[in-house]
Unconditional design. Structure first.
Length: 142
């Protein structure tokens, strides 16, 4: 049986010969010039911010709140804040704020413009004056 160091030395010598062989240098250069597959650009999260400015019809708002949860099904949405305590530091007062996170602007638009949400939205717009703002994160995954 050969000694393990002798086997390792033989393998190392073979690797050295291949590395120094001019005929293999061209193929290694070609292989090193092959670019790895590029990753698609990372998508940036997007946020919809709803502010309720003034309630007009409480019954319409309650109809909206009853219908709206079903519109979320199948959409990648995460409600970060829903009518929690808030402070208005600048501008007119606001009755309530909702902030929802989506994985991208496209995902947010898909939910907002879906037939199910547009139907529920009718109650919201009859029930109160709202402002809805879609904003994209400045960096991926932030």
């Amino acid at each position: 049986m050969k000694h393990p160091f002798l086997i390792a030395g033989t393998i190392l010598a073979a690797i050295t010969l291949v590395a120094c062989d001019p005929s293999t240098k061209a193929s290694r250069a070609e292989a090193s010039s092959v670019q790895p597959a590029q990753k698609p650009p990372a998508t940036k999260p997007a946020y919809i911010v709803f502010t309720r400015e003034k309630t007009l019809d409480q019954a319409e708002l309650e109809a909206y709140w009853k219908e709206a949860p079903a519109t979320l099904e199948g959409h990648p949405i995460k409600v970060l804040s829903g009518y929690g305590p808030h402070e208005v530091w600048e501008g007119d007062s606001t009755e309530g704020v909702v902030i929802a996170e989506f994985p991208s602007m496209e995902a947010a638009r898909a939910w907002y413009h879906s037939p199910a949400y547009q139907k529920a939205r009718e109650h919201r717009t009859k029930g109160a004056v709202y402002r809805a703002i879609l904003v994209e994160a400045t960096t991926p995954g932030s």
